[in-house]
Design a protein around this ligand. Structure first.
Ligand SMILES: [Zn+2]
Length: 84
C-alpha cells in the first residue's frame, strides 16, 4: 500500500488500524518513506488478539474493501502503482 504523503499514511493508520488489526491480525504501526516508490508505506505488527489465519473469504473481502476504498482516494492523485 502506497501513500502520497506521510499525513495520508498516518491518517489511514488513525482511522483504520483497529479494524484492520481485528480482521487481519496485523496492526498498522507507523508510516515510513519508500525511496523505491517515492511514497509512504505502513509497517504492521502481529497482534496478540489476532484471529485465526484462516479468516475466510468473507473477512478477507471486508479488509480488501477497506483498503481499496482508501487506495481509490490516494491513487486518484498519484500515478504510482500501490503495492502491499
Ligand atoms: Zn515502496
Amino acid at each position: 500500500m502506497l501513500f502520497e504523503t506521510e499525513k495520508k499514511a498516518e491518517t489511514f493508520i488513525k482511522f483504520n488500524s483497529d479494524e484492520i488489526a481485528e480482521e487481519t491480525g496485523y496492526k498498522p504501526e507507523r508510516s515510513y518513506f519508500c525511496t523505491y516508490c517515492g511514497g509512504w508505506h505502513i509497517t504492521k505488527e502481529r497482534t496478540k488478539s489476532a484471529k485465526s489465519v484462516e479468516t475466510g473469504t468473507k473477512k478477507q473481502s471486508k479488509i480488501i474493501k477497506i483498503i481499496n476504498r482508501f487506495l481509490l482516494y490516494v491513487c486518484s492523485k498519484t500515478s504510482f502503482l500501490p503495492h502491499l
